[in-house]
Design a protein around this ligand. Structure first.
Ligand code: C2O
Length: 536
């Protein structure tokens, strides 16, 4: 195992997209940022130096961070932010993981431009559980706003209304051709050689959009999601939510030419502003760049729920001898969390109300010092550990809406004993509108035992849970007006954030955290904090 050193200089960089230039916050001047490469077992040291005027922190999304919560990154959860002019070294070891993940800023809306891929190769000499592709390519999907992204969310926070949607989606930083724009070069290109195989490491780094991804004419064989191997299956469309990653194998076996690559939004919420913007790129067979016409593809419509459901249902853990699915078969904590949107009164807001979001009717309030510090050093008054394990108000999730949309505020955590097992049913409430919420849990992978539409039935639904080869991941879409059941073992002491990975919903309060106690053994406690841990 090696030690890998990276330096992330966070700097403003004037960047041109959609025919206009603006300064954006970047790592090392790049958008998307640099890909971090490592092998399973390596220790990674990333020195982050903050040269911009914003407070900052970086999250290594999906890295387990066993006992090293100090390196996880969510601001005010595991660390105070890195202030302007300051630096911090993220120091973590990659244990029992290989595949594709992503890193991103974890404060305000900086992740819009501060993100990049993480590629974890298997240990030396360990093959993939599928034929080795001839080449590997990182494909990062994102969003682009013409205006300043921090201004977009500040306006929404002040007014109490929903923020503006982005002006484009992007594939490796580019939206595709722009109408009436002379400065082209705005299309990403992937060149392939006939009959060779490629592994595309697809990452959704967008702030607020789940995305379909498709390549004209070509089938994609899914082999991995969220850095866990799956039973391979073939499809023409994949769905990837913000925070999720999907590795697919592509064989360049069609007649040489140019093929359109498309990333388009999935959102089947009836009451959400229409966003049909499709990002495009070109897959071209080498030697056929300029001659042939591009073969087109029609992305699924924005509300293509059946395409999304079908894709989700095909995902299964590989569950081989080498990569067993260690699903917890007993449950110590059986939790039921409702997730959704609500409205609170707001005297300074334009409509007298503010859109809020909650879990079990609690809209999470960010603390002013990091929760992990408060936990480890026993600082009182920062959080309470009385987060409700069940909703306090009995909603009818998909039927008549309750009259009271109001939520309560709190910095409430749910306490788990070290190594206890958790079953968590996440139920979309359909308050204001039913909507698909991609929920991300820090510090753990979890198994997705079941999912359904409508109200979860605690008597009958658990009978059909898959506890043999459920897909293992770190971010899962809870279907609109439906539920998802996950299981995990609380084998990582610390404070672990859980939130909707649609950034707008996190901003509104759709977040909470688990506090996991130390165990008794020598390897069962949070490690001491590094000496350069930022102070609030
Ligand atoms: Cu990728 Cu808490 O986020």
């Amino acid at each position: 195992c090696r030690i890998r050193h990276y330096k992330f200089n966070v700097v403003l960089k004037n960047t041109t997209r959609l025919c206009a230039s603006k300064p954006i916050v970047t790592v090392n001047g790049r958008f998307p940022g640099p890909t971090l490469y490592a092998r399973e077992g390596d220790t990674v040291l990333v020195k982050v130096v903050n040269h911009v005027q914003y407070n900052l922190s970086i999250h290594w999304h999906g890295i387990r961070q066993l006992r090293t919560g100090w390196a996880d990154g969510p601001a005010y959860i595991t660390q105070c932010p890195i202030q302007p002019g300051q630096q911090y070294v993220y120091n973590f070891t990659i244990t029992g993981q290989r595949g594709t993940l992503l890193w991103h800023a974890h404060i305000l809306w900086l992740r819009a431009t501060v993100h990049g891929g993480i590629v974890i190769l298997p240990k030396p000499g360990v093959p993939y559980p599928f034929p080795k592709p001839d080449k590997e390519v990182v494909v990062i999907l994102g969003e682009w706003w013409k205006s300043d992204v921090e201004a977009v969310i500040n306006e929404a926070t002040t007014s109490g209304r929903a923020p503006n949607i982005s002006d484009a989606h992007t594939i490796n930083g580019h939206p595709g051709p722009v109408k009436n724009c002379l400065s082209q070069g705005s299309t990403s290109r992937f060149s392939v050689e006939p009959s060779k195989t490629y592994m595309l490491r697809i990452i959704n780094a967008a702030l607020n959009e789940e995305l379909f991804f498709k390549i004209a004419g070509h089938q994609l064989t899914v082999v991995e999601v969220d850095a866990t191997y799956v039973k391979p299956f073939t499809t023409d469309t994949i769905l990837v939510a913000p925070g999720q990653t999907t590795n697919v194998i592509l064989t360049a076996n069609l007649s040489p030419g140019k093929y359109l690559v498309a990333a388009s939004p999935f959102n089947d919420a009836p009451a959400i502003a229409v966003d049909n913007k499709t990002a495009t790129a070109i897959l071209h067979y080498s030697g056929h760049l300029s001659t042939a016409a591009t073969k087109l593809t029609a992305p699924p419509p924005k509300n293509a729920t059946p395409v999304a459901t079908n894709f989700s249902n095909l995902l299964r853990s590989l569950n081989s001898k080498k990569f067993p699915a260690n699903v917890p078969l007993t449950v110590d904590h059986s939790l039921f969390f409702t997730i959704g949107l609500g409205v609170n009164p707001c005297s300074t807001c334009v409509n007298g109300t503010r859109v809020v979001a909650d879990i079990n009717n609690v809209s999470f309030v960010m603390p002013i010092i990091a929760l992990l510090q408060a936990h480890v050093f026993n600082i009182k008054g920062v959080f309470t550990d009385d987060f409700p394990g069940n909703p306090l108000i009995a909603y009818n999730y998909t039927g008549t809406q309750p009259t009271n949309f109001q939520t309560m505020k709190g910095t409430r955590l749910y306490r788990l004993a070290y190594n206890s097992t958790v079953q968590l049913v996440l139920q979309d409430t359909g308050m204001l509108t039913p909507e698909n919420h991609p929920i991300h849990l820090h510090g753990f992978n979890f198994f997705v035992g079941g999912r359904g539409i409508g109200n979860f039935n605690p008597k009958t639904d658990p009978k059909s849970f898959n506890l043999v080869d459920p897909v293992e991941r770190n971010t899962i879409g809870v279907p609109s007006g439906g539920w998802t059941a996950i299981r995990f073992r609380a084998d990582n002491p610390g404070v672990w954030f859980m939130h909707c990975h649609l950034e707008v919903h996190t901003t509104w309060g759709l977040k909470m955290a688990f506090v996991v106690d130390n165990g008794k053994g020598p390897d069962e406690s949070v490690l001491p904090p590094p000496s350069d841990l930022p102070k609030c």
